[in-house]
Design a protein around this ligand. Structure first.
Ligand code: NOJ
Length: 687
């Protein structure tokens, strides 16, 4: 203990020499080891040690404590717990500031500016086990991770759970979704007091009384289970690692790092969405030249099955028949869509295709689907077929055929695949070492391995992946830019099926929760505004259009039936015009679950696009056009809710389409109907 306190005193001196502040430590703290501030000095992280050498961290912003002392450490299954008796061996501080280019994304260039504190700690004898804890403090939040150095005392690391805590100091409201439950990532997002959270998935967003917003999540989830947040007591949350079906939650050999535990922190909801912290905590592109990855808009043989007009499986209503697919290819070519998704093309859809009975072939088409002929036909027309690999959650069956499936598509020039893992939480089927199978969570350590393996293998064939029922997004698109998009929340399909359909505030919830993690293949654009048997969905037409801007994905499906696009040509024009790859993004208005306005600049032209959405309330929002080039004029092509538009009544289709000449000095008044929205294309017209 003696050498420990001398070490602390020495560190305090060296901290002062390094220019580190000791921070504003609250009454709960034991012994402050060190602290670090963000580049703009607003955010501070302090690390404390209790008398028994237990480590904790505290986060303050503008002098107010946001995260009270929160424990760090692990429970192991093959060794005593790794949470106490620590002393600090060494600390080092560095600063990093660079700007990197995205191959595709919400903005072309991303600034990565943080201060980093590395703490090398060691446990007292007899354990003598080493651990490194790294904090990166940005202006818009923090990330920290544990690094396990290789050491004889802890080479095989078997973790039953993390002890990492997030003790939120000010009373807060939370927007969250259950973790570890049967529908995996597809629960409605609920709003409760933070103290009422049970077990949450991340990103989970909270708002404190003074309006500060914090989103809890993780970055760079590789070969490690996904983290759920379990409420312990009051506002204390603890990391809970997705269990493994066969042993400890984590089995790794040192050296390795955990994912980053992240807190994005901003003055308001808009600030949260503007944060690039998750991407910045991921490694740069490992694939080199990715010019073969193409952002695109697509249509497909999809909504008709969800509407029960046709079937995935064989029979008289089989959707993926050659004539029907040709119809989609022709429409895509005529209207300028780059892709046509075809689901139900391969054998395995007849009977129960979910779970243990799933027996998909990834190489055998149904006889009424001419795969080579249709891919050639599409190519002639300048359209790409988009492949589909539904696994039914039978990962073992998929892994056995994955390579052959990719090879087949690559040989036909099909360069993107939508994959799917429909199954209940905890019932995905993994291969066991003995050739048998076992059940487990898709977000377990073996699940994270599988999803990344699928993306890495696809990259070898220059194929991009859009995962449905995915592992949650943690920014790995930076490292593997062929991981183009994913689902990972309730998509449009719930509006087809019901039980229940998506709530009217769903999209405004998604923007400030799920979308903080990355792109979502939400499949908007249902201009009919109808699900199965004509059941109305909670939206106006203008809101459907606005979703193309607000819910970001580099691959964006215009999901409605061809006949509905033919029926509503005015609104359809916006869907044809809107791009999916952006030079810049600005969130202009936002309140979680209430409304959002996002402006994005096209990567390939000087045009801007604006999308605004609201929940069930009508709203008027003032849109300052000061993001436009001040020396130019623009034609604003406006798609706005008509006077009578209201998602609750027969006027939900009421839309006004008009043009105005505008400049950067002007403001537009966005009048959003209940459940409504507005979409605007701002076309640069001259100086
Ligand atoms: C669920 C996916 O989200 C949906 O898009 C797909 O059509 C079905 N699974 C079938 O694969």
């Amino acid at each position: 203990m003696k050498s420990f306190s001398i070490k602390i005193r020495l560190l305090r001196v060296s901290s002062l020499l390094l220019g580190l502040s000791l921070g504003n430590i609250s009454a709960w703290a034991d012994e402050t080891l060190t602290s670090i501030t963000s580049p703009n000095q607003l955010l501070n992280v302090a690390v404390q040690a209790a008398g028994d050498g237990r480590l904790s961290y505290t986060v303050t912003r503008r002098g107010k404590t946001l995260i009270a002392p929160s424990r760090l450490g692990f429970l192991l299954t093959n060794a005593p717990q790794l949470d106490a008796g620590f002393k600090l061996e060494k600390q080092s501080l560095s600063e990093h500031d660079d700007t990197w280019e995205q191959p595709w994304g919400e903005r072309h260039f991303v600034r990565n500016h943080y201060k980093e504190l590395r703490l090398d700690v060691v446990q007292k004898p007899p354990f003598d086990r080493h651990l490194t804890i790294v904090f990166r403090v940005f202006d818009d939040g923090i990330g920290f991770r544990y690094e396990f150095p290789d050491q004889a005392q802890l080479h095989e690391v078997k973790i039953s759970d993390e002890l990492t805590e997030f003790v939120v100091a000010p009373a807060a409201t939370a927007w969250w979704q259950q973790g570890g439950e049967v529908w995996a990532l597809e629960y409605p997002i609920q709003k409760t007091a933070l103290s009422e959270v049970g077990m949450a998935n991340t990103p989970m967003t909270i708002r404190t009384a003074d309006g500060t917003h914090i989103a809890f999540h993780e970055a760079a989830l590789i070969d490690y289970p996904s983290m759920w947040l379990r409420k312990v007591t009051g506002q204390k949350l603890r990391a809970h690692l997705t269990p493994s079906a066969t042993g400890p939650a984590v089995e790794r050999q040192a050296p390795f790092n955990t994912p980053w535990r992240t807190l994005q922190i901003a003055d308001n909801a808009a600030g949260l969405y503007m944060s690039d912290l998750i991407l910045n905590l991921n490694e740069p592109n490992k694939l080199g030249d990715v010019s073969w990855v193409h952002p695109a808009k697509y249509i497909g043989v999809w909504w008709e099955m969800h509407l029960e007009k046709s079937t995935w499986g064989a029979g008289p209503k089989h959707g993926a028949n050659t004539a029907n697919v040709k119809r989609y290819i022709d429409f895509a070519a005529k209207q300028g869509f780059q892709g046509v998704l075809v689901e139900g093309w391969n054998q395995g859809w007849d009977g129960n295709w979910v779970g243990a009975e799933a027996n998909f072939s990834f190489t055998k088409p149904y006889p009424d689907f001419d795969l080579p002929g249709l891919s050639a036909y599409a190519k002639e027309k300048g359209v790409n077929l988009i492949g589909h690999h539904e696994t039914g959650g039978h990962i073992a069956n998929y892994e056995a055929q994955m390579d052959a499936g990719y090879q087949l598509y690559a040989s036909l020039g099909i360069n993107s695949i939508k994959s799917g893992y429909v199954t209940d939480g905890g019932t995905a089927i993994f291969p066991s070492a003995n050739g048998q199978h076992h059940f487990g969570y898709t977000d377990s350590q073996e699940g994270t391995r599988h999803y990344l393996k699928a993306v890495q293998e696809a990259a070898r064939y220059h194929i991009a992946i859009d995962t449905h029922e995915p592992i949650k997004d943690t920014g790995l698109r930076r490292t593997y830019p062929n991981w183009l998009s994913r689902e990972g929340a309730r998509g449009m399909e719930y509006n087809a099926w019901g039980n229940p359909i998506n709530s009217v505030e769903h999209e405004a919830n998604l923007v400030f929760t799920r979308m903080l993690s990355g792109p979502m293949d939400y499949t908007p654009g249902i201009l009919s505004l109808e699900g199965v048997k004509g059941r109305p969905i909670n939206s106006t037409v203008a809101k459907q259009l606005a979703s193309f801007v607000v819910i970001y994905s580099p691959v964006m499906m215009a999901a409605d039936l061809i006949e509905n696009y033919e029926k509503f040509p005015g609104a359809f024009q916006f869907i044809k015009d809107v791009p999916t790859d952006w030079a810049d993004t600005r969130v202009l208005h936002g309140a979680v679950g209430e409304y959002a306005t996002i402006a994005r600049k096209d990567l390939h032209s000087n045009d801007w696009y604006v999308g605004a959405i609201t929940d069930g309330k009508a709203r008027t929002l003032d849109l300052a056009l000061d993001f436009l080039d001040p020396d130019k004029t623009y034609v604003a092509e406006i798609y706005r809710d008509g006077k009578q538009a209201d998602y609750r009544n027969a006027h939900r289709h009421d839309i006004i389409i008009e043009k105005k000449i505008v400049t950067a000095k002007q403001h537009l008044s966005l009048q959003l109907a209940p459940g409504g929205g507005q979409a605007i294309r701002l076309k640069q017209s001259g100086g």
